[in-house]
Design a protein around this ligand. Structure first.
Ligand SMILES: Cc1ncc(COP(=O)(O)O)c(C=O)c1O
Length: 321
């Protein structure tokens, strides 16, 4: 446990005034834990950025404990871009502002850590589908959390990096111990032992972190992600509308790339999935709620898999266009 937290601190350059917590329940646990630990009182204001699927899910859970408000008018952005940081407006007395660093389903990613103005509420970021793919400036955030099911290993755990001054004071009396930052941070003889830990998940995370460190760290993961996603977007853009991805180029995700064929031709998309599966290329179906196709390029995916997919996509386009 201690080694895994120290390794996470080392590979992500987490400053000493942040606690590394290994908790249960994935991203969904944090959707509740964040308001429970930061709200201070029931119904306190909390601000949310963006219109993506996971932002809405996080806001829905927070609304059980907080008065949730969106910081910028986002519906007109049509899930293809994030509101400009300069347009984020904060509620009077907001206890935190929440953003989703990579909208896994919508394929929208913040590539920079936002600088909020002096006096802004602490920034809380869901890094579930992007942590370990790039360096992060933690000083810009009050809380960064990531479910372990993407770049971090098997699902079930959640890593929460919490600025120490945010632990304790804002905790609502109803906070279950299992979701309490304070209980996790202050357990004895070591942190994160408030209840029996998920030893399997923690050991797997440790192996992932060791592998990452041995293979160039997050800087190398970022170079790799840019190269791989860049090649996919180049192919999409060069296809003259055969493949499309509608996300504003500034926010195109390097990890999760949704795409359509001929603007959403269901029959062609079905054929693409059938033929790619026959060629042993799997998991290209979009989220069940959104349809279309999606390429996920998490750290563990070998470069060869991306090369093979690119060949398949070129060949499919040539045959079908
Ligand atoms: C951005 C984001 N946040 C939260 C979650 C939920 O994580 P979990 O299923 O571990 O609760 C997901 C799952 O895909 C996600 O992509």
């Amino acid at each position: 446990m201690v080694d895994t937290c120290n390794l996470m601190r080392e590979v992500m350059s987490i400053p000493p005034n942040y606690e590394v917590l290994l908790m249960h329940g994935g991203g969904h646990a944090m959707f509740a834990a964040v308001p429970l630990n930061l709200a201070g009182e029931m119904g306190a204001p909390a601000d949310f950025i963006g219109d993506g699927f996971w932002s809405k899910r996080a806001a829905g859970e927070a609304s059980k404990y907080c008065t949730v408000r969106h910081t910028a008018e986002t519906s007109s952005l049509n899930d293809s871009m994030y509101p400009d940081v300069a347009d984020w407006k904060f509620s009077e007395g907001a206890k935190y502002v929440h953003m989703t660093a990579n909208e896994t389903i919508n394929g929208l990613e913040f590539h920079e850590d936002p600088s909020l103005p002096e006096g802004a509420p602490p920034l809380v970021a869901d890094f579930t589908s992007t942590l370990l793919s790039r360096p992060v400036d933690f000083t810009k955030y009050g809380v960064v959390y990531a479910s372990t099911g993407k770049n971090l290993g098997p699902s079930g755990l959640v890593v929460a990096v919490v600025r120490k001054d945010l632990i304790g004071d804002g905790e609502l009396p109803i906070t279950p111990g299992i979701l309490s930052f304070k209980a996790a941070a202050s357990s004895t003889p070591i942190a994160n032992l408030w209840n029996t830990p998920n030893v399997f998940g923690i050991r797997a995370l440790q192996l992932v972190l060791e592998d990452l460190k041995a293979n160039g760290g997050v800087e190398e993961m970022q170079r790799r992600a840019r190269r791989r996603a860049g090649a996919l977007y180049d192919l999409i853009d060069a296809s003259e509308g055969f493949y499309t991805n509608d996300v504003d180029p500034k926010f195109r995700s390097l990890m999760t790339i949704p795409l359509r064929i001929k603007g959403g031709d269901k029959e062609l998309e079905r054929r693409f999935v059938e033929e790619s599966s026959a060629a042993s290329i799997y998991n290209l179906v979009g989220h069940p709620l959104f349809g279309g196709l999606r390429v996920t390029v998490y750290n563990q995916l070998p470069d060869e898999a991306v090369d093979i997919l690119l060949c398949f996509m070129r060949e499919f386009e040539r045959r079908v266009k």
